[in-house]
Design a protein around this ligand. Structure first.
Ligand SMILES: Cc1ncc(C[n+]2csc(CCOP(=O)(O)OP(=O)(O)O)c2C)c(N)n1
Ligand SMILES: [Mg+2]
Length: 440
C-alpha cells in the first residue's frame, strides 16, 4: 500500500481560533446563532426527523420509447426554510466548516475544468449539493477517529487532512499523488497518519472494513468512531447489511451516513426501495437512527457529533440518513438527462453553501463582504494547489512494478496499545462463559 506525503492541512480561516477538525476538539454545548431549537418530529416508525420541511413531491416512472421517463407528483415550489441552529457549533467552528465547504466546491469546479482539458485520467465523480454532508460529518471526528469515504466525499478527505493538491494529483495519476499514480480517481487512503480507509468500489464493502477497524481499536483498549458513507443505492447491497449488522451486534462505533441523494446513477429512489426513510433500517439493525436535511450543515454536524460521541463512549453504531440531491450527473460521462428540471430547481434553491451564507449573515457572524473575501481567498488557494498538482511529475517507468502487488513491507500499525482480548467489549451483554446466554 502506498504511503502519501503528509502536508499541513489547508489554512484555517482568519476568524478560526478553534482547534482544527484534525485536532482533538472538546466543544462546549452551544445553542448556535439563535436561541432555542425548533421541535424535532418523528417519522411513522418513531425515527427522529430533524428536518424543518418534508419533501413535498415524489417521482413516478413511466416506461416509453425504450426507457423510463420520470414525472413529478406534487409541488416543487415550497419556500426554503432557515437552517436549524446548531446545538454544538459556535461562531469560529461554523465559519471554519463553511470554508471547508467552499474549498470542497471550488476544488471540484477546478477538477471539472481539468477533466475537460484531458488532464484527468479516468472518471471524475462530483458532489455538488452534497458538501454540507461530507464536510460537517467529517468535522465531527477527532484525530484518532477514522473515515471511510466514498467516491463523492472529497470534502470529507480535506477535513480529515488531505490537501486539495493530493486529490488533484490523484485524479491526474501523478507520481506524487497518494497512490503514486497507481490508481486514478478516488481509491486512496492513509491508515498510518490520517486514519482514512481507502474507498472500495463495490458498494458496501467498506463498511465491514470500518467495523474491523473499530474492533481492532477496541481490542487495543480504545473506542474510536469509524464514520463511513453509503448511497441510497448502495445501502441495499448485501455487504452493507453484513458489515453494518456485524458492527451493530458487536456494539462497534461505526457511524453510517446514508447519503440519500435521490439517485443511484439514473435510478430514482422510488425505484430502489419500498420504505420511505432509509433510517428506518436502523430499527432492523437495533441501533439509533436519525433523519437530517443533508443541505443543512448544522443538522448534519449535530447528528454526526452525537453519533461520534456515542461511539467514543463505547455504546456502538448509529445510522444518519441525510436527504438531499446529487446536483451533477453520476460522473462526467453521464448527461443526467433523466433528472426532471423542476426537481433540480427545487434542490438548487436549497444549495448548502447559499443556505449557510444566509445563516451566517443573519447571525451577524459574517458580512456579505467578508463572505466574498473568503470565496476569493479560497479561489486563490485552489489555483495555487492546482499549479502545484499540474507541475508534479508523472510516475517514472523505472518503478512501475512497485506499490502494485502486496509485499511484506505493508504493515498496518498497532496504534492504540497492546491487544487485550479479555473484557475488550465491556458493553457486551452476553457473558463469555455462557454461550447459550442469548436464549435467556
Ligand atoms: C456492488 C456494486 N454494484 C454496482 C456498482 C456500480 N455502481 C457504482 S456507483 C453506482 C450507483 C450508486 O448509487 P448510490 O449508492 O445512490 O450512490 P451515489 O452515486 O448516488 O452517491 C453503481 C450502480 C458498484 N460499484 N458496486
Ligand atoms: Mg444515490
Amino acid at each position: 500500500m502506498a504511503t502519501k506525503k503528509i502536508e499541513a492541512p489547508p489554512p484555517a480561516s482568519p476568524e478560526s481560533k478553534s482547534q482544527s477538525a484534525n485536532g482533538s476538539k472538546v466543544m462546549p454545548a452551544h445553542t448556535g446563532a439563535k436561541s432555542g431549537q425548533p421541535p424535532v418530529s418523528k417519522n411513522p416508525h418513531g425515527i427522529p426527523d430533524w428536518r424543518l420541511e418534508q419533501l413535498p413531491f415524489h417521482i413516478e416512472s413511466e416506461w416509453g420509447d425504450g426507457e423510463y421517463r420520470y414525472k413529478i407528483v406534487g409541488d416543487t415550489s415550497a419556500p426554503v426554510p432557515p437552517l436549524r441552529p446548531s446545538k454544538y457549533l459556535g461562531k469560529e467552528q461554523t465559519i471554519e466548516l463553511f470554508r471547508y465547504m467552499i474549498v470542497n466546491r471550488r476544488m471540484e469546479a477546478v477538477l471539472e475544468s481539468m477533466y475537460k482539458q484531458s488532464l484527468v485520467i479516468g472518471e471524475l465523480y462530483q458532489s455538488l449539493g452534497q458538501e454540507a454532508c461530507s464536510v460537517a460529518t467529517a468535522y465531527a471526528l477527532d484525530k484518532d477517529d477514522w473515515l471511510g469515504p466514498m467516491i463523492r466525499n472529497q470534502g470529507s478527505m480535506i477535513v480529515k487532512g488531505y490537501q486539495p493538491r493530493a486529490t488533484m494529483m490523484q485524479y491526474m495519476g501523478k507520481g506524487d499523488s497518494p497512490t503514486k499514480g497507481r490508481d486514478s480517481g478516488s481509491h486512496y487512503g492513509d491508515p498510518k497518519t490520517l486514519n482514512v480507509v481507502a474507498p472500495i468500489s463495490h458498494l458496501g464493502d467498506s463498511i465491514g472494513v470500518l467495523a474491523g477497524v473499530a474492533l481492532g481499536a477496541r481490542l487495543q483498549g480504545k473506542h474510536v468512531a469509524c464514520l463511513g458513507y453509503i448511497g441510497d443505492g448502495g445501502q441495499s447491497t448485501g455487504p452493507t447489511y453484513e458489515g453494518f449488522n456485524f458492527a451493530a451486534v458487536q456494539h462497534l462505533g461505526v457511524v453510517l451516513v446514508v447519503e440519500h441523494n435521490s439517485w443511484a446513477y439514473s435510478t430514482p429512489v422510488e425505484l430502489q426501495f419500498a420504505c420511505k426513510d432509509l433510517a428506518d433500517r436502523a430499527i432492523g439493525y437495533g441501533v439509533p437512527g436519525v433523519i437530517v436535511d443533508g443541505t443543512d450543515a448544522n443538522q448534519v454536524y449535530d447528528a454526526a457529533h452525537e453519533a461520534v460521541q456515542r461511539a467514543h463512549r463505547g455504546e456502538g453504531a448509529s445510522i444518519i440518513e441525510a436527504k438531499f440531491m446529487r446536483m451533477k450527473s453520476h460522473a462526467m460521462h453521464d448527461s443526467a438527462h433523466y433528472v426532471p428540471a423542476k426537481v433540480k430547481e427545487y434542490w438548487k434553491r436549497r444549495d448548502p453553501i447559499a443556505r449557510m451564507e444566509q445563516y451566517l449573515k443573519e447571525a451577524g457572524w459574517m458580512t456579505e463582504a467578508r463572505i466574498a473575501e473568503m470565496h476569493a481567498e479560497v479561489e486563490r488557494f485552489i489555483n495555487e494547489e492546482r499549479a502545484v498538482a499540474e507541475a508534479a511529475p508523472m510516475p517514472g517507468p523505472e518503478d512501475a512494478g512497485t506499490d502494485v502487488y502486496f509485499d511484506n513491507a505493508v504493515d498496518i500499525p498497532v496504534k492504540y496499545g497492546e491487544v487485550r482480548v479479555k473484557n475488550a467489549n465491556k458493553n457486551r451483554k452476553l457473558s463469555e462463559s455462557s454461550a447459550p446466554g442469548h436464549y435467556k
